[in-house]
Design a protein around this ligand. Structure first.
Ligand SMILES: C[S@@+](CC[C@H](N)C(=O)[O-])C[C@H]1O[C@@H](n2cnc3c(N)ncnc32)[C@H](O)[C@@H]1O
Ligand SMILES: [Mg+2]
Length: 941
C-alpha cells in the first residue's frame, strides 16, 4: 500500500510548521581552544570556529550541541525541541492518526497571524479574502486551501490513500479538521469556506497588505468557458478582476454563482509550472461528513446530475457544472496575482495533447503537417519528442501510472536467427505497421535487448501490455520501438474511438499488444464524445471532390501532381531514408474569395522521408520535387479541432470556418540530406566508397578485357557514368532498374556525357552503345544474356532476402555473365560507422558508451548481412550454377575486424563441359522496357 510521498521535512521545518515565527533561533560562535598540532610552532593557531544555537519556543527553550556549521546547530536545536515535544522527525511513515494531528496543526498554522505575510500561494488568497466585503470578509474557499497547500494533500493521502483517486475527500478532511479548531470558523451550509475566528491584528494586516493595496492593478485576462452541455460551444471569456477584488469571486460570477465559496478549484492542469486550473460549482448534493471515522469518510463532494464531459475529461474526475479554464493564481515567488491569457488555441492544444499523435504534433510545432512516425528511426533522424517521452506524457495526461518499461537483456548467441516472415510482413514491419507474432525476428546480427511496456491505471490495474518479439542491440532502441508500438495502437483508438473491439484486437495482435478491454474502456470512457479527430484522414490523401474544386475556381490548382510544382529541376531529389528540409505554410482559403488566413508555418521543417512523419499528401508531392522547387496544393478541411489547435487567431478562423473553405499548403523544398549510408560513404572513406566500388569494377573490366557490361539495379547511373570517365575496353553498357525516376536521371546524365564524349578530341571512350531499361532484375530478359560483366552494386539489400536469392539464381543460370560482381553492406561494419556518426551528434553521453545500435544503414534496406551470411549465400549460389566465387570488398580491410565496409563477391563462370554452349535463348523474352538508348553510329556530331 502506498502511503503517499515520503516526508522529508527537517526538524526545523517541522518546528516552523507548528510554531511559525514563535520559534526564535539564536546562534552564537563558540571559540574552541587552539589545537596543538605542531609543538614548538611560534605562530598562534586559531581554533576552528564552531556554533551553538538556542531555540526559544513559547513554552520552553533548548540549547543545541556545538556544531561546525550554523545551520547544523539550528537543526540540532530543533531536533532537541522535537524530542521534548515527543515528535519523531525521522518518522517517514506517520500513522494516519499522526497525519490527522498534523493536518489539524497545519490548518491552525495556515490561519495564524504570521502566515498572512508568508510568501505562499495560499497566503495570497488569505489576503485577498480580507478585501471581500460583508459576510464574506476574510472567508477563504476551502477548495483553494486544498489546491494551494501541497502539505495538506500529502497528509490527507496518509490518512486515506483513496484521496488519490477521489480528490473530493481532501475537502472533506480539511473541513473536518478545521471544525475541531477553536481558531477558525467553518462554513459548510451550501458553501465551503474557512474563516479566522478572531480578526487579524491591525498591524499584521497593515504590514502584509501594503503590497496588495499599492501594487495591484485591475486585471483583464482571457479564459475559457466550457459549458456542461455538449451542444454549446466552448468559448473564450474575459475575466476582469478589479484592483480590490478577489479573482475567485469574478470566476464564480462568470459561472452564475453568488461567490467563490460555491466554487471548486482543481489542481493545476497541463504543465505543473502553469497556474492553469479548472473552476466549477460545488454540487448541490454536497454533504459534510464530520464523522471521526477517517478511513471510511464518505466522499463529501459527491457528484450527481449531468456530467460536464469536456471538463471531466481534462481533469480526470467528475465535473457536474459549467466550468472555467483559466491561468490565474498566486505563486510561490511573488505576492502579486499571476495571470496569463488562456486562449481557445490553448484549449484545443490541450485537447490535442491527450492523443499520442497530438503530443508529437505539438512537440514539433507542426499540428497540420506532421504525423506520428510509423517507425523509430535513428536518434539522429528523429525529430520531436521521443516515443518513450510521448508515452509517459500520455499516461500523465490521462492520470495513469507512469508506464513500466521492462527491458530484457538476452544472452548473445552465435546461432543464426531465422527470419521467417513473408515479404509483405517484413515490409509491413519496416513500415512500422506491425511485427509478426511467431518466430523471433533477427535485426541483422544477433541482438540482445527487447523491451516490454506495461500501462497501469492509477489503482495499478494492468490496462495494456506490449511484448514485441524483436531484439535490438541497444536498450534504448528496444524501449523506443516498443513505446512507439503502444503509441501507434493508442493513436488508432483515439483517432476513431468508435473502432469496433474486434478491429482493436486485430490491430493489437499485429503490434504484440494485449489489452484489458474492461479497464481500458473504463479509463477512456469519455473519449468517444470528445475526440472527433476521425476525419483527419481528410489530410491523409483525399483530394477535393471535383464539384468542390469547381466551387473554389480560381484558387485551386490541379490535384497533387507534378503540375503543381514550380521552378527548375535541380536534380537533387528526395528518396526514402533521406532527410528532407521544407519551408511550408498552411492557410485557410475561402470559397470564391482571394482571402487567406495563415494557420501554420514552419521555416525549417525537417523529416525523414518514407517514415510517415508528414501527412501523406505532403510526402506524395515532395517525392516529385527537387531541391529549390516549390509546390502548392489544396485539401479538404481536417477536423475543426485540429485547425483551432494550430491557429492563433481563433476568432478570425471561427468566422472563416462557418463558410465553406479549404486548406492551402505551400511548400518549398530547401534541402535533401542523404541518408547516413551515403553520407558516411562520402565522409568516412577516401576516395568515397562509391568511387572505390567503381574502381573495383574497372579493375575487373580491364583485367578481363570486357566489352559488354550490364549494371543490375543501376539506380541513377552512378557506375555507368563513372565508367565513361576512364578509358576501357567496354563497347556496350546497359543499366536496368525498377525506379523510373532514377532511370530518368541516369538517362539525362549519360546522354549529356556521351554527347560530349563524341568529340574525339576529348574522348578516350570506346563506348558504341548505351541503354537503360525499366524492369525487375528478378525477371529474365534474354537480350542481356551472356554479357562479359554483370554488376550489381548495393542492390540486393534493397530486396527481400528471397528475392535476392531469386536474382542470384536467375542471373547465374540465365543471364550467365562471364563475371558477376555483387556488393552489399557488411553488417558487422555498422558498429564503426554508427560510432563515428554518433560522435558528431549532440547525443546523450551515456548513450555513446553503450554498445551501438545495429540498425541498418539505410531505411530502405530489407536486410544487411554479416560476412558469414554473405559468404554462405554466394558460395551456395556459385556451387549451384557452376561458378567460382571470390570474396573481397572496399573500405576497411579483409584482415582487420570487422572486415570491409562493402563486401563484394566476384563470380566467374566455370568452363563449359566440352561440346556445351551458352544456354540457348529459346524464349526471346523481352521483359524490360527500353527507357533510353544511345548509339554512336546514330548520333552524328
Ligand atoms: C542503392 S541503389 C544502388 C544504385 C547503384 N547500383 C549504385 O551503386 O549507385 C539500389 C537500386 O536498386 C534498385 N532495385 C531494387 N530492387 C530492384 C529490382 N528488383 N530490380 C531492379 N532494380 C531494383 C533500386 O531502384 C535502386 O535504384
Ligand atoms: Mg543500399
Amino acid at each position: 500500500m502506498e502511503t503517499g510521498k515520503k516526508q522529508t521535512l527537517t526538524p526545523k521545518a517541522i518546528i516552523h510548521q507548528r510554531f511559525g515565527n514563535n520559534a526564535l533561533y539564536k546562534v552564537e560562535e563558540v571559540q574552541e581552544p587552539p589545537q596543538i598540532g605542531c609543538p614548538g610552532l611560534a605562530i598562534l593557531q586559531k581554533g576552528p570556529c564552531l556554533y551553538r544555537c538556542s531555540l526559544e519556543l513559547p513554552d520552553f527553550s533548548v540549547v543545541s550541541d556545538i556544531c561546525k556549521k550554523k545551520k547544523d546547530a539550528e537543526q540540532s536545536a530543533a531536533k532537541m525541541a522535537l524530542d521534548k515535544l515527543g515528535i519523531n522527525p525521522s518518522n517517514d511513515n506517520p500513522t494516519p492518526e499522526e497525519a490527522w494531528e498534523d493536518l489539524i496543526s497545519r490548518i491552525k498554522y495556515l490561519f495564524s497571524n504570521e502566515f498572512l505575510s508568508a510568501l505562499h500561494p495560499l497566503s495570497g488568497h488569505l489576503r485577498a479574502a480580507l478585501l471581500r466585503g460583508g459576510d464574506l470578509h476574510g472567508s477563504v474557499p476551502v477548495s483553494v486551501i486544498a489546491a494551494c497547500d501541497g502539505k495538506l494533500s500529502n497528509l490527507c493521502k496518509i490518512i486515506n490513500p483513496k484521496v488519490e483517486s477521489n480528490p473530493g475527500l481532501v475537502i472533506s478532511y480539511i473541513l473536518n479538521a478545521a471544525s475541531r479548531l477553536a481558531e477558525v470558523f467553518v462554513s459548510s451550509e451550501g458553501q465551503l469556506s474557512i474563516q479566522k475566528q478572531n480578526p487579524y491584528p491591525p498591524e499584521i494586516i497593515e504590514s502584509s497588505m501594503t503590497l496588495e493595496l499599492d501594487a495591484q492593478e485591475s486585471i483583464w485576462t482571457e479564459a475559457i468557458h466550457i459549458p456542461c452541455s455538449l451542444e454549446k460551444a466552448v468559448e473564450p471569456v474575459i475575466l476582469h478582476v478589479p484592483s480590490n477584488g478577489y479573482y475567485m469571486d469574478v470566476i464564480a460570477e462568470k459561472l452564475g454563482l453568488p461567490d467563490a465559496n460555491k466554487l471548486l478549484v482543481s489542481r493545476t492542469i497541463g504543465k505543473s509550472s502553469s497556474e492553469t486550473r479548472l473552476y466549477f460549482a460545488v454540487p448541490n448534493s454536497y454533504q459534510l461528513d464530520l464523522s471521526s471515522d477517517l478511513r471510511n469518510a464518505k466522499e463529501a463532494v459527491s457528484f450527481e446530475g449531468p456530467i460536464n464531459a469536456r471538463a471531466s475529461y481534462f481533469l480526470g474526475q467528475d465535473v457536474c457544472s459549467d466550468a472555467i479554464l483559466a491561468c490565474i493564481g498566486y505563486r510561490w515567488n511573488s505576492k502579486e496575482l499571476f495571470h496569463e491569457d488562456f486562449t481557445l488555441q490553448s484549449y484545443y492544444r490541450m485537447l490535442l495533447i491527450k492523443i499520442p499523435s497530438g503530443i508529437y504534433k505539438v512537440s514539433r510545432e507542426a499540428v497540420l503537417a506532421s504525423e506520428l512516425p510509423l517507425a523509430f528511426t535513428t536518434r539522429a533522424n528523429w525529430r520531436g519528442s521521443f516515443p518513450k517521452e510521448i508515452l509517459c506524457a500520455f499516461c500523465r495526461q490521462h492520470r495513469l501510472s507512469e508506464p513500466v518499461f521492462a527491458s530484457l537483456e538476452l544472452p548473445r548467441s552465435n546461432k543464426k536467427v531465422k527470419v521467417s516472415e513473408s515479404a509483405e510482413q517484413q515490409t509491413a514491419y519496416l513500415n512500422g505497421d506491425c511485427t509478426v507474432a511467431g518466430d523471433q525476428k533477427s535485426v541483422g546480427l544477433e541482438s540482445n535487448f527487447s523491451c516490454e511496456v506495461r500501462i497501469y491505471s492509477k489503482c495499478h490495474s494492468l490496462i495494456l501490455e506490449c511484448s514485441p518479439n524483436v531484439l535490438y542491440k541497444k536498450q534504448n532502441d528496444a524501449i523506443q520501438n516498443a513505446s512507439l508500438k503502444v503509441l501507434s495502437w493508442l493513436d488508432a483508438y483515439f483517432k476513431d474511438p468508435d473502432t469496433p473491439l474486434e478491429k482493436l484486437n486485430h490491430l493489437a495482435n499485429g503490434l504484440n499488444i494485449r489489452f484489458d478491454p474492461q479497464y481500458f474502456f473504463k479509463e477512456f470512457v469519455l473519449c468517444p464524445s470528445l475526440h472527433k479527430f476521425q476525419g483527419s484522414e481528410a489530410l491523409g490523401g483525399n483530394l477535393l471532390e471535383p464539384n468542390c474544386k469547381n466551387m473554389l475556381n480560381g484558387i485551386i490548382e490541379d490535384e497533387v501532381s507534378s503540375t503543381n510544382i514550380k521552378g527548375p529541376d535541380s536534380g537533387i531529389c528526395p528518396y526514402n531514408g533521406s532527410l528532407i528540409c521544407l519551408v511550408y505554410s498552411v492557410s485557410l482559403v475561402k470559397k470564391g474569395e482571394l482571402m487567406k488566413e495563415l494557420i501554420e508555418s514552419n521555416e525549417e521543417f525537417e523529416f525523414e522521408m518514407g517514415n510517415g512523419v508528414v501527412i501523406p499528401l505532403i510526402e506524395t508531392i515532395v517525392t516529385q520535387m527537387s531541391v529549390g522547387q516549390s509546390a502548392c496544393f489544396i485539401t479538404e478541411l481536417p477536423p475543426q479541432e485540429l485547425i483551432l489547435a494550430a491557429a492563433r487567431d481563433s476568432a478570425q478562423v471561427l468566422s472563416l470556418l462557418s463558410s465553406s473553405c479549404c486548406l492551402e499548403f505551400s511548400i518549398v523544398l530547401l534541402r535533401v540530406t542523404e541518408p547516413p549510408e551515403d553520407r558516411m560513404e562520402q565522409a568516412l572513406f577516401s576516395p568515397p566508397l562509391s568511387k572505390q566500388r567503381v574502381e573495383y569494377a574497372l579493375h575487373h573490366i580491364k583485367e578481363s578485357c570486357a566489352t559488354s557490361l550490364v549494371d543490375f539495379g543501376c539506380g541513377s547511373g552512378s557506375l555507368l557514368e563513372s565508367l565513361l570517365d576512364y578509358p576501357s575496353s567496354l563497347e556496350t553498357i546497359v543499366g536496368i532498374d525498377i525506379s523510373q525516376k532514377s532511370l530518368a536521371r541516369a538517362a539525362k546524365v549519360l546522354h549529356s556525357k556521351l554527347s560530349m564524349k563524341l568529340n574525339p578530341d576529348v574522348s578516350g571512350s570506346t563506348i558504341k552503345s548505351a541503354a537503360l531499361y525499366d524492369g525487375s532484375i528478378t525477371v529474365f530478359d534474354s537480350r542481356f544474356c551472356g554479357f562479359d560483366i554483370g554488376t550489381c552494386l548495393e542492390v540486393i539489400e534493397h530486396m527481400e532476402e528471397d528475392e535476392a536469392s531469386q536474382f542470384g539464381d536467375i542471373v547465374l543460370s540465365s543471364f550467365w555473365p562471364r563475371i558477376l560482381i555483387v556488393s552489399t553492406p557488411n553488417y558487422e561494419y555498422n558498429v564503426i560507422l554508427q560510432r563515428s556518426n554518433l560522435s558528431k551528434q549532440e547525443d546523450e553521453p551515456e548513450e555513446k558508451t553503450q554498445s551501438q545500435s545495429c540498425k541498418f544503414r539505410n531505411l530502405d534496406h530489407k536486410f544487411e548481412w554479416t560476412r558469414e551470411q554473405f559468404n554462405n549465400w554466394a558460395s551456395e549460389l556459385a556451387t549451384r550454377h557452376n561458378y567460382s566465387v571470390e570474396f573481397s570488398g572496399v573500405g576497411g580491410s579483409a584482415d582487420l575486424e570487422p572486415g570491409f565496409a562493402s563486401q563484394i563477391a566476384v563470380f566467374r563462370r566455370g568452363f563449359l563441359p566440352e561440346g556445351e554452349d551458352l544456354p540457348k535463348n529459346t524464349d526471346p523474352a523481352c521483359q524490360y522496357k527500353a527507357i533510353w538508348e544511345w548509339n554512336r553510329l546514330n548520333t552524328a556530331l
